[in-house]
Write a protein that binds this ligand. Structure first.
Ligand code: ASP
Length: 705
């Protein structure tokens, strides 16, 4: 055995001085110092410096060392010596010693690297010259090289420790890890399914699990009482930053418990996980209902590391003479605001009016923003003269405002719009002015969510349809009543990020059935999708509940990485593509035929094919623009015009240079009598990417013209 007495480079210490050691790993860096060759030998444990000199190294070995290049894989034998005083390198843990090489085997050479791997300087105190910003796709394409970087290895090792801490703790608490199927039936978690065609049942599909939700509940029916799993889940979602098509959850479920059991269990578990990254979470974790969270931060995952929570100012303006507020309040609207304490100097009137009120806040969906600065003589702003003395004084009192503060208000007929826009504004201001303390952590349980959300044609579950409502005597056909229901669901939020969520579940067939009905499912749909599950609920189902945490997210937060891809060995890129395997990728047509995919849908028309019978319907379908009946004639006429114009152009089409012309812009599709300036144009955003403007005109590429 050539490796049985191998030592680990990073574990060598001064106490090994004089020992002969066998080491194996990669050449992290090299330096030729006038005949003396130094290398950094790296293995998973760390780095040690190895020296080859013409005097101390046998000649053949010395000659072989001259062939070494970065990332050659080598084995060597050498003697550990203390470094000469003044040559120590505190940048590596073994910086007091080095290994004088006696023998060297090149196990495997390495091609020129696509990017630098070494992270440690060979010269004490010198900065490591790292290439700036290696493109992420290149890193992912050569992930096996990227993973050699000590930083990436550290991420995966810490991830392992965090997951191990989870397993150890849950094992102590009597939880059993049970695997559940990957080839399964759709589980509604709000995303599209990844489907797997079945060869044995042509035209039939398995779905990859969006979560093991139904299985874990069936395990409770099966009497397992306490289940957990570190499990891969698959959701075909629209591309969003920090999402992966497949991701890892800590999924757990327990019987004969209530919310308090989950809160206590998860608090201890989360604290232990964060401790591995050296973060002490404050205990007990705070709690907030969804309504309070929305009312005070405009978010269902509030970041409470900083204050600036909302105050409601609706009542202050009940009798106001200020037209805009009066109009909004007459439509049952609301006015909420935040106090940006002591930041008056950093928020100039220009920034408040021209950036925030005109650009940023409209981008958050609100029509505008009212700002007031608290100065020596009271409130100052462009509209404060419209406020009564009472209104001004009450504002100061309500917001606890003193000199130097800036009060920002948003008013709108819609409560949820006010909450959402002000919530985004709160975060924007906090980030811009650096008001979020870097080292603070704020874990929080958000509870009492609405059970349902309104959709265009009914309601949909806010979490998933297995969540127990706060009341069970609801009428599934009464959507107002449905929308007033709260759920026994809870989300764990840390620093404004949702780390996971769960709920107490429905364990009664009748309630579950009525929830499906409320969601608009017919009896036959319920039977086809969930018949097996309703059946299971008929056999003595214990009360139960659980939760799932997104492990990638938790680890990324603990390690403070910029994205979850940094803590996943082989992630997909932002476009759900794997640059390493170059997948998704086409498959041979034979394989499609074998799976019966070529015949799929033969007897059914393709989506949109009916619309193609008619030109207008087809245009409307392709462009996703709904056409009202009364609009059809004018759109048909516009299309006829366009066709005639195209024919005319064709008939005049000659070899000459095209002419340049300015054509008056006319809205040819919508019959609007008055010309309206686009809001985008007002904000300067219309064609803002156009190359340049000249005398009030955009210069448009001639191809567009
Ligand atoms: N299955 C849920 C999810 O994946 C979590 C749960 O309710 O336990 O979000």
């Amino acid at each position: 055995m050539e490796y049985h007495d191998r030592s680990l480079s990073g574990h060598l210490t001064l106490s090994d001085t004089g020992k002969e050691v066998t080491l194996a790993g990669w050449v992290d860096a090299l330096r030729d110092h006038g005949g003396v060759l130094f290398i950094h030998l790296r293995d998973r444990s760390g780095i040690v410096q190895v020296v080859f000199t013409p005097e101390s190294t046998p000649q053949t070995v010395y000659a072989r060392a001259g062939l070494l290049k970065s990332e050659f894989c080598i084995r060597l034998v050498g003697q550990v010596v203390k470094r000469a005083e003044g040559t120590e390198n505190p940048g590596i843990t073994t910086g007091d010693i080095e290994v004088v090489a006696k023998d060297l085997a090149i196990l495997s050479g390495a091609d020129t690297l696509p990017f630098q791997i070494s992270e440690k300087s060979m010269v004490a105190g010198a900065a490591v010259k790292r290439e700036e910003g290696v493109a992420e796709d290149l890193r992912l394409q050569f992930r096996y090289l990227d993973l050699r970087r000590p930083l990436m290895q550290d991420h995966l090792i810490k991830r392992h420790r965090i997951v191990k801490a989870v397993r150890d703790y849950l094992d102590e608490q009597g939880f059993i890890e049970v695997e559940t199927p990957m080839l399964t039936k759709s589980t509604p978690e709000g995303a599209r399914d990844y489907l797997v065609p079945s060869r044995h049942y042509p035209s039939n599909f398995y779905a990859l699990p969006q979560s093991p939700q139904l299985f874990k509940q069936l395990l409770m029916v099966g009497g397992m009482e306490r289940y957990f799993q570190i499990v891969r889940c698959f959701r075909d979602e629209d591309l969003r930053p920090n999402r992966q098509p497949e991701f890892t959850q800590l999924d757990l479920e327990a019987s004969f418990i209530d919310e308090e059991f989950i809160y206590a269990l998860l608090e201890e578990l989360t604290v232990r996980m964060f401790q591995i990254g050296g973060i002490q979470l404050p205990r007990p974790f705070a709690r907030m209902t969804w309504t309070d969270a929305m009312n005070s931060t405009g978010s269902d995952k509030p970041d409470l590391r900083f204050d600036m929570t909302f105050k409601d100012a609706t009542d202050i303006f009940a009798e106001t003479n200020y037209g805009i507020f009066r109009q909004i309040l007459s439509r049952d609207g609301c006015i909420k605001g935040i106090n940006v304490k002591g930041q008056s100097e950093r928020l100039s009137k220009n920034v408040l009016q021209n950036e925030y009120a005109k650009e940023i806040v409209p981008g958050f969906g609100a029509k505008g923003m009212t700002w007031m600065k608290v100065m020596d003589g009271g409130l100052e702003s462009n509209i404060v003269q419209f406020f009564s003395d009472y209104e001004r004084n009450e504002i100061l009192r309500r917001f606890g405002a003193t000199k130097g503060d800036v009060i920002l208000l948003i008013a709108d007929p819609s409560w949820s719009l006010v909450c959402s826009a002000l919530g985004q504004l709160r975060l924007h201001v906090a980030q811009r002015l650096d008001l979020i303390p870097a080292d603070a952590s704020y874990p929080l349980w958000v509870t009492n969510f609405p059970l349902f959300e309104a959709t265009e044609n009914g309601v949909t579950s806010n979490h998933h349809p297995f969540t127990m409502p706060d009341r069970t005597d609801f009428d599934p056909e009464n959507s107002d009543e449905l929308l007033s229901l709260r759920s026994r669901a809870y989300d764990l939020v840390v620093n404004g990020e949702e780390l996971g969520g769960g709920s107490i579940r429905i364990n009664d067939r009748d309630i579950q059935n009525r929830i499906f009905k409320a969601l608009g499912l017919s009896d036959s749909e319920i039977e086809a999708k969930f018949g097996f599950f309703l059946k299971a609920l008929e056999y003595g189902t214990p009360p139960h509940g659980g939760i799932a945490l997104g492990i990638d997210r938790v680890v990324a937060m603990i390690l403070g990485t910029s994205s979850i891809r940094e803590v996943i060995a082989f992630p997909k890129n932002r476009s759900a593509f794997c640059p390493l395997m170059q997948t998704p990728s086409p498959v041979p047509v034979e394989q499609l035929a074998e799976l019966g995919l070529l015949e799929l849908g033969r007897s059914q028309s393709f989506p949109g094919s009916e619309e193609q019978q008619d030109l207008l319907d087809s245009l409307s379908w392709v462009s996703r623009i709904r056409m009202d009946a009364e609009e059809r004639p004018s759109i048909a006429a516009a299309i006829d015009d366009a066709k005639a114009y195209a024919d005319l152009i064709n008939s005049r089409c000659v070899e000459d240079e095209p002419m340049f012309s300015v054509v008056t812009v006319v809205n040819r599709t919508r019959q609007v009598t008055e010309a309206r300036v686009s809001r985008l144009a007002e904000k300067g955003e219309l064609l803002k990417n156009a190359p340049s403007t000249k005398g009030g005109y955009f210069k448009v590429a001639s191809i567009l013209e």
